[in-house]
Design a protein around this ligand. Structure first.
Ligand code: G1P
Length: 305
């Protein structure tokens, strides 16, 4: 039984991962390791940690490895059991005990809005979360649970926002907001997908977490292709932001915690290092190696240390 007011999460994973080529030629980008777990596992764990127990992945071609990762591997389990290696056994079993995971294929990737629309039948008429795999939220920071509370309180849809340097806003959906007296969330009046910095209504970027009213489906059915020729979730939310009554209204939770972007090669490498130095097993060693590495002018040490 779900312990959350929002029971279902949708995770779009049909993207081609072209920013990571060539590594994503035959492997989904969601399977890229972040230290020792694929990036997607952090996202599923985040949903499960707030009590969501029904997860729908919107997949596409080339994504078999994702389904395999969240499935059992009886032969490997038996081998580890025979060896008495309970630590590794627990590590591989962790990913197949993460709630009910369902898959639906997007077929033709026509944008994030289209991916969300593919979840319509599975989600039905209840609020649901959408989590994008490029953003990892530190497990010590609460975001999704706050967003669920705001959705329940307002009855509308909720986006996660984060302040970014203005010159970076063109990589994100951008929100025009006002404070709501006495509340920790903001009201969203307008949303624009990837504006030029000069045209951006603010420096508040949508990061990849949403808690949506199911009214978004009907709006998505009528949302025309927008930026990049794709059906944009941002455009559907712009319509909902202006709507009054049942299912209308969009609100924002401004996140000030730790977010790790894994959306391109450089930010991915930074995310891996940031999370790796926090690990008990080797964090301290890695930290001192990094300090030496930098002190050494970022030259590889000549020894085999
Ligand atoms: C998508 C959304 C964008 C949002 C971003 C967050 O863009 O369309 O509004 O700011 O995710 O990561 P994408 O990064 O998929 O191009």
């Amino acid at each position: 039984m779900s312990t959350s007011a929002v029971r279902k999460a949708v995770i779009p994973v049909a993207g081609l991962g072209t920013r990571f080529l060539p590594v994503t030629k035959a492997m989904p980008k969601e399977m890229l390791p972040v230290v020792d777990k694929p990036a997607i596992q952090y996202v599923v764990e985040e949903a499960v940690s707030v009590g969501i127990d029904d997860i729908l992945m919107i997949t596409g071609r080339n994504k078999r490895a994702l389904e395999d990762h969240f499935d059992r591997v009886p032969s490997l389990e038996a081998t580890l059991e025979a060896k008495g290696d309970s630590k590794k056994l627990a590590a591989i079993q962790e990913s197949n005990n993460l709630g009910d995971i369902h898959y639906v294929r997007q077929g033709d990737p026509k944008g994030l809005g289209h991916a969300v629309l593919c979840a319509e039948r599975h989600v039905g008429n209840e609020p649901f979360a959408v989590l994008l795999g490029d953003d990892l939220i530190d497990e010590r920071d609460e975001l999704l649970s706050d967003m669920i509370r705001v959705q329940q309180a307002t009855g509308g849809s909720v986006v996660a926002l984060m302040e970014v340097p203005r010159e970076q806003i063109s990589a994100y959906g951008c929100a025009d907001v006002t404070e709501v007296a006495g509340e920790s969330y903001v009201q969203v009046h307008g949303l624009v997908e990837k504006p030029e910095p000069a045209d951006a209504p603010s420096n508040l970027a949508i990061i990849g977490r949403y808690v949506l009213h199911p009214a978004v489906f009907e709006v998505l059915h009528h949302t025309e292709a927008g930026r990049g020729g794709e059906i944009q979730l941002t455009d559907a939310l712009q319509t909902l932001a202006r709507r009054e009554g049942e299912g209308g209204g969009v609100y924002g939770v401004v996140f000030r915690g730790r977010r790790y972007d894994t959306g391109d090669k450089l930010s991915y490498l930074k995310a891996v290092v940031t999370l790796a130095v926090q690990r008990d097993e080797f964090g301290a060693d890695l930290r001192s190696w990094l300090a030496d590495f930098v002190a050494n002018g970022a030259e590889a040490p000549s020894s085999h240390a």
